[in-house]
Design a protein around this ligand. Structure first.
Ligand SMILES: [Zn+2]
Length: 371
């Protein structure tokens, strides 16, 4: 069968770089129209800086049934003029967002269109995921926390894997103040901020434990004035990633300790930044949910864990049983070679719609029932 991608193409051709507020809102409007046609009610959550986040309420509610949240993002990483085409060949569709994740949102819409009735399936589309969801995080956390289940529509794995675990990520900045002095005449008067940075840098990267899935990377350093001056100031930018909550706690504690312990007497360090996305750990509720999805869809659903974060991390840390990767499989995301597999796009629509139909037909187990 031949699927018509023109509806997706229209959305892909609108630039929705996170900072292009107008473009992001235009994409949001197009999806709003599609979802309102299905009976959804749209609640706009305004952002001071970015495009609107859109929260859609299902046309009907059934009591005593679980609730599902579908989570997606409207923005892409491409500034205007860098990558704005849509094209296709026999196997692939190409364009900004075909898999990350306008294609995923389209899968969501197409699957919903196959349902005779929609109940208890709400949707949240945020506008700032690609820059770390700093604005939407508080809303996603609050909203996802009210749902039994959250399905996130980032790209699938190469064999249709859904994502069961994602690393947590924190980004941090350390400023170190010392005291300038002539390196020849007044060496003893100086307090060397660069030397302090070097000590702290090594302590930080030593927190890395690859076996445990924990990495700390000091990606940028700056400091000092010139060769003959003791450096009065130094600055570093680093990130930490972890796959376990216990590792998150260890790393965060150690970072504080490293910041607060001067190696060079007289230096002062300040820390900014923090957790961007909490770790999404695999858990039992998730495994049980996955079993239900397999039952409803009659398919084996492979799983994988990923190093990168997504809004799935936020939903999971809000206590909602969360699975990610319901969009189509693709590659080259975040580059101008982004593409998505047509086959996988069709497979995803079928899988997701069978999950929705199963969800509406059955009482999810593990929920309290009176019968
Ligand atoms: Zn994405």
């Amino acid at each position: 069968m031949e699927y018509d991608f023109s509806e997706l193409a229209e959305v892909i051709r609108i630039n929705s770089y996170t900072k292009n507020v107008e473009g992001v809102n235009r994409v949001g409007e197009l999806f709003r129209e599609k979802l309102e046609e299905l009976g959804y009610d749209c609640e706009k959550i305004r952002s001071e800086i970015y495009g609107d986040h859109l929260y859609f309420h299902a046309p009907s509610t059934r009591e005593g049934k679980g609730r599902i949240l579908l989570l997606g993002h409207l923005d892409t990483v491409f500034p205007p003029g860098t990558f704005e085409e849509f094209r296709e060949d026999g196997e692939w569709i190409y364009g900004p967002g075909v898999c990350d994740m306008k294609g995923g949102i389209m899968v969501m819409v197409e699957a919903l269109r196959t349902l005779p009735e929609i109940a208890n399936i709400d949707i949240l589309l945020v506008s700032d995921e690609e820059i770390g969801s700093d604005d939407s995080r508080v809303h996603t956390r609050r909203i996802a926390g009210e749902y039994d289940y959250t399905l996130v529509f980032e790209a699938a794995g190469p064999h249709g894997e859904v994502v069961t675990g994602r690393k947590g990520i924190g980004t941090f900045y350390i400023d170190i103040d010392g005291r300038a002095a002539h390196a020849g005449n007044n060496y003893r008067d100086g307090i060397d901020a660069n030397a302090e940075l070097a000590h702290k840098l090594l302590s930080l990267v030593n927190l890395t434990d690859v076996e445990e899935g924990t990495t700390v990377n000091v990606g940028k350093i700056e400091g000092g004035i010139g060769a003959n001056t003791i450096s009065p100031h130094a600055h570093m930018v680093f990130e930490a990633r972890f796959t376990k909550a216990s590792e998150r706690d260890r790393v965060l504690q150690s970072i504080n300790q490293i910041v607060n312990t001067p190696f060079i007497p007289g230096t002062k360090a300040t820390l900014r930044g923090g957790l961007q996305r909490d770790v999404m750990e695999e858990n039992r509720a998730q495994r049980e949910f996955l079993k239900l999805l397999e039952e409803w869809s009659g398919k084996t659903i492979p799983t994988e864990r990923r190093g990168g974060g997504s809004d799935a991390n936020i939903a999971a840390s809000a206590g909602s049983t969360t699975l990610d990767g319901f969009g189509p499989y693709g590659d080259g995301d975040h580059t101008i070679h982004e593409r998505a597999s047509k086959r996988s796009y069709m497979d995803r629509i079928e899988l997701v719609s069978s999950i929705f139909r199963g969800f509406l037909a059955h009482q999810p187990s593990g929920r309290s029932t009176s019968s």
